[in-house]
Ligand binder design. Sequence first.
Ligand SMILES: Nc1ncnc2c1ncn2[C@@H]1O[C@H](COP(=O)(O)OP(=O)(O)O)[C@@H](O)[C@H]1O
Ligand SMILES: [Mg+2]
Length: 311
Amino acid sequence: MHSPPRHNILSMAPSAAMTSILEVRELVKTFGDLKAVGGVSFSIRQGICFGLLGPNGAGKTTTIEVIEDIIPQTEGEILYKGKPRSPEYSAQIGIQFQHTALLDFLTVREILATFRSFYSVRADIDALSKLCQLGDILEQYNNRISGGQKQRMLLALALINDPELVFLDEPSTGLDPQARRNLWDIVLDIKKSGRTVILTTHNMEEAQHLCDEVAIMDHGRIIAQGPPDGLIKHHCRGTTVVLPRGSLRRPPEGLSHPWRAAGDSIVVETEDINDCLKNLMALEVDLNDVLIHSPNLEDVFLKLTGRKLRD
Ligand SMILES: Nc1ncnc2c1ncn2[C@@H]1O[C@H](COP(=O)(O)OP(=O)(O)O)[C@@H](O)[C@H]1O
Ligand SMILES: [Mg+2]
């Protein structure tokens, strides 16, 4: 188990402290006897996409709902730009909820205009519609649009007050792969516009694609934290090569890398894929039959918990 590095914001140089938009310290949230969040700490630099990654029930939504000031914490401290959250905080952040009830008889444009009217700082609807690709559906009733279109509208609603900090709770859950890719592009554009994004996901591909840093949560705790690439390198050093036993024309004893038999396959683990492939070629293995698996965040989770993220 690796505990995340602790930063004491008071001991940092002012310029370094300024770059952290959000600081969460020892956050605990209990519901009766259940400790949904058991003491998590992290700090988020301005302008990055930070992901809370973990299986269902890990405490991701609870954590961000506390940070969003939707529900109160049981213990712990949350600092926005170095200070406790002010009464104006709620109007300064943007939230895309996992579930949102909207009035069916309003068009997308009317929904946007309604929410926009609640704030004193207001985003430009045309710019927002362009960013979130809503041009074709602005005049449609919001209950007549597809899942992907609805997610894009909810994203636009999260940006309606031109927030610096945006929360997205499982933004692509339930979307088909095409709609998910589309949404990812928009999230990256949101980040490019200089905003800080905090998202939750149980999809490691999403975390890897979007997040500069992730905190992997399990049972209300952070079990690993850092940039996806760094976490993968740190926890899963090798590449896995799987070859059907039949593709080996010589005995596997000739393999120069550690291997094991798994059913009808031979599984080779290597930290030097180039050397491993040279070895396989020397053994006259047809590389067309070979499956190469580079480790990902799913493997990090498996390594740390012995379980799969999706189970
Ligand atoms: N309002 C609530 N009352 C009681 N238990 C809750 C409540 N909200 C969440 N929980 C519980 O807290 C745990 C964490 O839930 P949640 O934060 O929604 O996880 P995640 O978003 O990672 O799936 C779960 O066991 C869930 O059942
Ligand atoms: Mg959740």
